[in-house]
Structure formats: structure tokens, C-alpha cells
Design a protein around this ligand. Structure first.
Ligand code: AMP
Length: 287
């Protein structure tokens, strides 16, 4: 396992692997690796000859009052975890390497990034699309693995790849959860024991939405109301949103289609924001 720090070294390594006919996969992360990240690296391992895990806490995707400075950075253990999961290379550039003096070019998504996370976190997806484009140009992958956990990010990355004609395959890995349903996240470490206990309402609200859809509920408004009701039982400090959307456009739906609707939510406990989502399927009619 190699740790590379500069874009030039990374591009050279990627070129040499490509030249030898090997298939490269990249798994972009912000570190503080948990079993969710490990599942992405393992998927990449089965689908490629060379697996690059990137570790970069991207300042451009954090708002001024967000957790950039306190975001956990257990670098040595991250390198060990990435290696044990099957990474061949960890690419961990410094902020100055990525955003040197004079940096002035950003990638902006004008549709899928507009609502929800984009509305709650102005500039977030501009930072995400820019860093993902830069990491793709540095690591030159055939395949990129992202997690369904950040569903709107997946929509933005899909559009990025398509709109900028990037020759990169996208693989989306399912959400890895704790036994009680809470989606794994590096930010779960911020939760107090009491907040952690109350956070089960996210999973409860999503599985309830899934049950209602499967039982034939067609009204997204009814599902949304029920999600808010369950979320409130956990006494969160704020419900940023709970909604049913089209997973490609991230436009809110009024009617739940037979397949392919996504229930999404973002909730705050103290200053910790938790995100989650789940696909909804209507039971097919007998006719
Ligand atoms: P992050 O380090 O939070 O930027 O996440 C890096 C990648 O891991 C993203 O593609 C996330 O969607 C994915 N990821 C984070 N948490 C999970 C999880 N619980 N299950 C699956 N993938 C995840």
C-alpha cells in the first residue's frame, strides 16, 4: 500500500497502471473511515485491479459555520483501514495541493443540486462537484464507487460524469447501518448517548414510509406528514426536511410512482446533522 500526497505523483501512478492495462477504481472519502467506507473499498476491490482510496476533508464543501475544523482526522488508522479493506493506494493531498494560491475554477450543477442539501448548505455541491472532478482528474479511474447514503451527491456526480463526458463508470453502494438502523456516518461520533438513542427515529420514519408505499399509499404528502410525525417523536433540534423525491432530479414528488421514488430526510440533534434515505416501492397491482 502506497500513500501519495501530490497530484503529480498520483497522475503518474495512475498513468503507469493504465499503461499496464490495469483497471482502476477510486473511492473518494473524507476519512474517519467506518464500515460504510470499507464496504465501498471492498466493492471497488472486486471490480478493479487497482483501488485508490482518497482521503481529503474538502474545505470547499463546508459552509462557514459548519464542522470543517472539528471534522475527525484519524489519518494513521484510516490508512490501516483502507489497506486492510483492499486499497492499493491512499491519495491524501493537502488543502494547498488541491486549492493553491490563485485557484479560481469551480464546477457548478444547476439542477439536481438546487434543493434539499443544496438549499440547506449553500455552496456545498459546488464544492463537491469541484473536488470530485479534481479527484477524477488526479486518479484517472475507470470506475468510481460512491455510497447511496449521500443520495443527492450521487445525483450530482451522475450528472457531472454525464454532462462533462467523463469516461468513468459509477457504482453506487447500499447504505451500511448500525443494528438499530442508524446509517453509519463519521458524524455519528458527535452524538451524545441521549441523542444517539433518539436518532433511531430516522430509520423508523423511512421504514414507515416504505411500508406505507408498499401498502399502496400514493400520496407523497401523506407519507411526508407521517415521516415528520415519527421524526418529532425523537425530539430533534430541527427537521431540515423530509420528502419524497425523484432520485435523478431531486425534484419533490406529489404522487408516489410504482418504483423509483426516494424518501429522504435531514435532521439535527444539537449541532449534528444526520442524513438518510430509502427507496419506496408500490406493491404491483394484481391486475
Ligand atoms: P464521506 O467520507 O462522508 O464523504 O463519505 C465517502 C463515501 O462513503 C460517500 O460516497 C458516502 O456516500 C459513502 N458512505 C458514507 N457513509 C456510508 C454508509 N453508511 N454506507 C455506505 N456508504 C457510505
Amino acid at each position: 500500500m502506497r500513500t501519495l500526497r501530490t497530484i503529480a505523483e498520483m497522475q503518474l501512478a495512475a498513468e503507469s497502471e493504465r499503461g499496464a492495462g490495469r483497471r482502476l477504481a477510486v473511492v473518494p472519502t473524507m476519512g474517519a473511515l467506518h464500515r460504510g467506507h470499507v464496504s465501498l473499498i471492498e466493492r471497488a476491490r472486486t471490480a478493479a485491479d487497482v483501488v485508490v482510496t482518497t482521503i481529503f476533508v474538502n474545505p470547499a464543501q463546508f459552509g462557514p459555520n459548519e464542522d470543517l475544523t472539528r471534522y475527525p482526522r484519524p489519518f494513521d488508522s484510516d490508512v490501516a483501514v483502507a489497506g486492510a479493506a483492499g486499497s492499493d493506494i491512499v491519495f491524501a493531498p493537502s488543502p494547498e495541493e488541491i486549492y493553491p494560491e490563485g485557484f479560481q475554477t469551480f464546477v457548478v450543477n444547476e439542477r439536481a443540486a438546487s434543493g434539499f442539501e443544496g438549499a440547506e448548505r449553500p455552496g456545498h455541491f459546488r464544492g463537491v462537484a469541484t473536488i470530485v472532478a479534481k479527484l477524477f482528474l488526479a486518479t484517472k479511474p475507470h470506475l468510481a464507487v460512491f455510497g447511496q447514503k449521500d443520495a443527492q451527491q450521487v445525483a450530482v456526480v451522475k450528472a457531472l460524469i454525464r454532462d462533462l463526458n467523463m469516461d468513468i463508470e459509477l457504482d453506487v453502494a447500499p447504505i451500511v447501518r448500525e443494528p438499530d438502523g442508524l446509517a453509519l456516518s463519521s458524524r455519528n461520533a458527535y452524538l451524545s448517548a441521549d441523542e444517539r438513542a433518539r436518532s433511531v427515529v430516522l430509520y423508523k420514519a423511512l421504514t414507515d414510509a416504505q411500508r406505507r408505499a408498499a401498502a399502496g399509499e400514493r400520496s407523497a404528502t401523506a407519507i411526508r406528514r407521517a415521516m415528520y410525525g415519527i421524526l418529532k417523536e425523537g425530539r430533534p433540534d430541527r427537521i431540515d426536511y423530509a420528502a419524497v423525491v425523484d432520485p435523478g432530479s431531486f425534484v419533490e414528488l406529489e404522487d408516489v410512482p410504482l418504483t423509483g421514488a426516494l424518501a429522504i430526510l435531514a435532521v439535527r440533534f444539537g449541532s449534528t446533522r444526520l442524513l438518510d434515505n430509502m427507496y419506496l416501492e408500490q406493491r404491483k397491482s394484481e391486475a
